[in-house]
Design a protein around this ligand. Structure first.
Ligand code: ZN
Length: 66
């Protein structure tokens, strides 16, 4: 199972894993934006990834660093 870096509550609160503190800034931004994209798409559907692509182009490269 993949490590969970962040989560979004049903009230819209983003919770981040404290291990992110040592991660590069762009990784932290990626996790935050990933969770915020879930406000629009509450799943990992193709539409979600399309939206994520439009918000953070190249996010896959950033995710790879985590
Ligand atoms: Zn997600």
């Amino acid at each position: 199972m993949q490590k969970r870096w962040g989560s979004l509550s049903d009230k819209g609160t983003v919770t981040l894993n404290t291990d992110l503190i040592g991660a590069p800034k762009e990784c932290i931004e990626y996790v935050i934006m990933h969770e915020l994209c879930h406000l629009k798409y509450n799943d990992h559907s193709p539409d979600f990834y399309k939206y994520l692509d439009s918000v953070i182009p190249g996010w896959e490269r950033i995710k790879h660093k985590l």
